[in-house]
Design a protein around this ligand. Structure first.
Ligand code: IMP
Length: 431
């Protein structure tokens, strides 16, 4: 049975939450493999509206196991808040929920360092979500990080925290001219978090591989998107983790031979939050129209998203670096009012045409999009559930996405509700 990875093909916010929630129905285990509380999405079902930052929304389906992988960085305070909110909405987060003992912690000094760093960068700031993500991953790579499992060994936790704080406080006092942080306070607070989360902290690689051995279906959920990946994205304007499909292996302890497919979620246009190059970005009314109709405001920070036309260069790149087996196109209905729809097929810079993502940051910032202009459909597609019912120009747009990406479309989403979806082929069941 197929174990599938779901990734974003753009700069995040592609609507992965809805697609994962839909596919989770046919899966047994849903695993988040990177990032932390920088992600966010809302799921509305017949019972209520639920907000997720770390826990896979699969938790809403009874009988599913949900897991936070070792590739994540976890702020235990934010996680406990998320668990408590779900439990207050009668969603059980108990023996159906596991956290990797190898996942790294976000500590108060990570958020403070990030704030100071972003401030000092001026116009080169990344526009992070302010959740301490980058500094926590930096500690992981510098081998000074503290992991979820360390919370269960207070002596070791205290010794590492003491060592880290001694160095951090030097920075705070001498470089950033801010107050020191108090060891006792952080130690006591985090030991308490450890006690509260203890029953969930395990070796998740064992749990997931055992499930696969028993022919259970595992869905791997990526956060952010391909162009925010620390290796393959528009560096340095990226997040600090591996959001592309390869991250599903390193971020969970499951080998690539056990994964059968990768679904790339792509919005019918493009958006980006935070700084960084965005070749098809629109300004003024054109951008405002997409922003309003697409409700393009960040689920985590509330920041308005930058909006632009569909960028086929960016998506073709995502097909390659993720090895996508199919695409899920979301928010088709947001384009309903457009008389013409533009699709970016290459970039131009200084007389050179680029049909692939340029490596050079300066080129990415300055390149001009080359567009193919398509006829709009100017009729509602909202809520359509069968491909045949789509207006002809919308079918041609989907066919163009497939042609330029070199990848077939399995799913088209025509609204935020789960039933507002065209499923040409379910990537999990193959039907
Ligand atoms: P960080 O992940 O908070 O370090 O932010 C790094 C960059 O990634 C910033 O431009 C953020 O706006 C962006 N980012 C992080 N998480 C998300 C997300 O879930 N959706 C969209 N953008 C994100």
């Amino acid at each position: 049975m197929p174990n599938i990875v779901v990734v974003g093909t753009q700069w995040g916010d592609e609507g992965k939450g809805k697609i994962v929630h839909l596919l989770a129905k046919d899966a047994d285990v849903i695993v988040r493999y990177q990032g932390g509380a920088n992600a966010g999405h809302t799921v509305i079902d017949s019972r209520a509206e639920y907000t997720f930052h770390m826990i896979p929304s699969g938790i809403l389906h009874p009988g599913k196991t949900c897991i936070l992988g070792n590739g994540m960085v976890i702020d235990p305070a934010a996680l406990i808040d998320e668990i408590e909110l779900l439990e207050s909405q009668q969603i059980a987060v108990r023996e159906n929920f596991f956290i990797s003992h190898r996942a790294h912690l976000i500590l108060p000094y990570h958020r403070a360092i990030e704030r100071a760093n972003e401030k000092s960068k001026g116009p080169r700031r990344i526009g992070t979500t302010g959740r301490g993500i980058g500094p926590s991953y930096a500690d992981k790579m510098a081998r000074t990080g503290i992991r979820m499992g360390d919370l269960l060994d207070p002596d070791l936790f205290r010794a590492t925290l003491d060592q880290n704080l001694a160095e951090m406080n030097l920075f705070f006092n001498r470089v950033y001219d801010t107050e020191s942080m108090d060891l006792e306070n952080i130690f006591a607070t985090y030991c308490d978090f450890g006690r509260r989360l203890k029953s969930h902290i395990v070796d998740v690689s064992l749990v997931i591989n055992d499930a696969i051995d028993q022919s259970k279906i595992v869905l791997f959920e990526g956060a952010q998107g391909t162009h925010l990946d620390v290796d393959h994205g528009t560096y340095p304007f990226v997040t600090s983790s591996s959001s592309t499909a390869g991250g599903a292996c390193t971020g969970t302890g499951v080998g690539p031979t056990r994964i059968n497919g990768v679904v790339g979620v792509t919005k019918a246009y493009a958006t980006r939050v935070g700084s960084g190059p965005f070749p098809t970005e629109l300004n003024g009314d054109a951008s405002d129209g997409l922003k309003t109709r697409g409700r393009e405001f960040g689920a985590t920070t509330g920041r308005p998203r930058r909006c632009g036309w569909y960028d086929a260069v960016a998506v073709k790149y995502a097909v390659r670096v993720n090895g996508l087996s199919s695409l899920a196109v979301t928010k088709l209905d947001v384009l309903d009012g457009e008389s013409e729809i533009k699709v970016c097929t290459s970039y131009l810079h200084d007389g050179t045409q680029y049909t692939d993502m340029p490596f050079n940051e300066a080129i990415m910032h300055l390149c001009e999009p080359v567009y193919e202009v398509m006829e709009g459909w100017k009729t509602p597609t909202s809520g359509i559930t069968s491909y045949q019912q789509l207006p002809e120009p919308a079918k041609r747009f989907i066919a163009k996405i497939e042609e330029l990406a070199g990848c077939k479309v399995d799913i088209v989403s025509t609204g935020s509700r789960e039933d507002e979806t065209i499923i040409l082929r379910n990537p999990v069941t193959g039907r």
